[in-house]
Write a protein that binds this ligand. Sequence first.
Ligand SMILES: Cc1cc2nc3c(=O)[nH]c(=O)nc-3n(C[C@H](O)[C@H](O)[C@H](O)COP(=O)(O)O)c2cc1C
Length: 210
Amino acid sequence: MNRICNLFGITYPIIQGGMVWCSGWRLASAVSNAGGLGLIGAGSMHPETLREHIRKCKAATEKPFGVNIPLMYPEIDTIIQIVIDEGVKIVFTSAGNPKTWTEHLHQHGITVAHVVASSKFAAKCEEAGVDAIVAEGFEAGGHNGREETTTLCLLPAIKKITTVPVMAAGGIGSGESILAAMTLGADGVQIGTRFALTEESSAHFTFKDR
Ligand SMILES: Cc1cc2nc3c(=O)[nH]c(=O)nc-3n(C[C@H](O)[C@H](O)[C@H](O)COP(=O)(O)O)c2cc1C
């Protein structure tokens, strides 16, 4: 069985990336209901807004879903506590050091993936004991790392230095590009922009239209 499907208990190794202002409970639950893994993007949410989205997501799907937490979040302790209290089982951390929270989340039975843009940080993920790594190339939407390594170059470099399951992200938006990433060794993919344009995304309709 596919390692990402196995790890997250999903049907397809397709993750809908956490996206500030775009990925609330509607999008996350729709993706999870369709057999992928939906992520609520905590980055644009006040702590109580996040709690509400988690509760609505739980009501909208019985399938696994997760929360993306950018670690430079100012109220990070509160956010982490909410995720634990609400019984979230999967967390994707980004924009910070994977060592800071991975162990604590593991102690609460949470599966942790971390987003990186270089093989140096992928090695840190392995040291931190994360369960999966997102290799995010420079093509990715949102704020990416300072490195300018593109997905098709980053992915093989990361696969070379780790045995942890890897999801490719950045510039993937079709079945063919998923296949290309998997041919290069990806265990799964994380997609952002394509999901930001869906009906269930909370991005403004003018943006979606354009
Ligand atoms: C509008 C937007 C907002 C994003 N916000 C976040 C975020 O809050 N946290 C995060 O880890 N990644 C964020 N990302 C990155 C996505 O999770 C994902 O890794 C990326 O979009 C994949 O590349 P793609 O857009 O080419 O599919 C964002 C992406 C977009 C397009």
